[in-house]
Ligand binder design. Structure first.
Ligand code: 3EB
Length: 353
């Protein structure tokens, strides 16, 4: 019986060996720009992401998201994917510098970011197949300058082209119920970073949002290739159902609503989250998820908005929802915030923020 657990801790706590209960599979450190704390090279993977946590009242310290599980964990690297697993659940991560793909851009006709995304996904599917973890439960994608334009096309759209090719070349479905949940957000500068959770035996059920068109069916005005993610997934672990909500924003149908009005965007986003929680409860009737139990990562475009976003989320999600705020770029220029969330797993939320 594998219990998947998550903890949010100050980065110092991780380095001093605090890691909640269970065996660490892997961790992601969200670092403030000034923090150059070196990371240990052995043990579970610790991925460095240059995306600063935000505090409502002050600047915040670097924070780490740690995934653990019961049983014995083993760690390693395969096909450039760093991983940790307990035989049943796997945490994996890959970081690729776009500069490594600059030379082949001319030959392939593909931009460096597009090639990096394709290579990252090909590596992940190869590594997980080789290790026997075929069921991806959720992806996280972080990239530099997500709204920037190069080679005549926005960088998020370049990423979508490469990601979709990575799926297709690995014979993975790019529409429908086998597409995993995901987030895709930006930081200022750093390597393309993709991390994920996978399962050996347990498939997940994809959830779509009745208020939104499936992202994999977005019209071509959002780019030549649609994004490859489902709105949410429920992983049916032996110990219970775990809900993963993808990055969720102020989008209804396929259109952004409330451009320029951050509070209205928060309200629309929460309406989308509530719709997906209801949908998850309908589809995965073993568990009833609720808004107050959500553990949320809130991506905030402008640090000055964090107080207002926090107050509105407390009003709409309640006092008990866990909120980690990160300064990040959202994949559409007119979006000022985005929220991802999970529920159903033990959680140690001790950010110290
Ligand atoms: C949206 O709904 C907002 O490309 O993996 C949210 C979650 C978004 C995941 C992705 C993008 C992604 O289209 C953006």
């Amino acid at each position: 019986m594998t219990a998947l657990q998550c903890a949010y801790l100050p980065i110092e706590a991780l380095q001093h060996g605090a890691r909640g209960s269970g065996q660490p599979l892997g961790a992601v450190g969200f670092f403030s720009a000034a923090d150059a704390t070196p990371l240990s090279a052995s043990g579970p993977p610790l991925v460095r992401v240059p995306m600063p946590p935000l505090s409502v009242s002050d600047t915040a310290g670097s924070t780490c998201e740690l995934w653990s599980a019961t049983g014995n964990a083993s760690h390693g690297e395969r096909d450039d994917v760093q991983y940790g697993h307990n035989g049943d659940i796997l945490f994996g991560a890959i970081q690729l510098a776009e500069s490594a793909f600059a030379a082949s851009a001319a030959a392939t006709g593909k931009t460096p970011l597009q090639q990096a995304a394709e290579a990252a996904y090909a590596a992940i599917f190869r590594a997980t197949a080789g290790l026997g973890f075929a069921h991806i439960l959720r992806f996280w994608n972080y990239m530099a300058d997500i709204n920037g334009e190069s080679h005549g096309i926005e960088r998020y759209r370049q990423f979508n082209m490469g990601r979709q090719d990575g799926f297709l070349h690995s014979r993975r479905a790019v529409t429908g119920s086998a597409v995993p949940a995901a987030s895709a957000v930006g930081f200022d500068e750093g390597p393309l970073t993709v991390y994920f959770l996978a399962s050996r035996s347990v498939a997940s059920t994809a959830i779509e949002n009745p208020r939104q068109i499936s992202a994999y069916q977005y019209p071509s005005e959002y780019g030549p290739r649609s994004p490859t993610f489902s709105r949410a997934s429920v992983a049916h672990l032996q110990t219970g159902d775990v809900l993963f909500l993808s990055g969720t924003a102020s989008i209804v149908g396929h259109r952004t609503l409330h451009a320029g009005d951050v509070i209205a965007q928060v309200r629309e986003t929460v309406a989308n989250i509530a719709a997906m929680v209801a949908e998850a409860n309908r589809v995965a009737s073993r568990t009833q998820f609720t808004l107050p139990e959500l553990c949320c990562k809130v991506y905030v475009r402008h640090a000055k908005d964090v107080g207002a976003i926090h107050d509105e989320l407390r009003r709409t999600l309640g006092d008990t929802a866990r909120l980690l705020f990160l300064k990040a770029d959202i994949c559409r220029r007119d979006l000022l915030m985005e929220i991802e969330a999970s529920a159903g797993h033990p959680l140690d939320f001790a950010t110290g923020i």
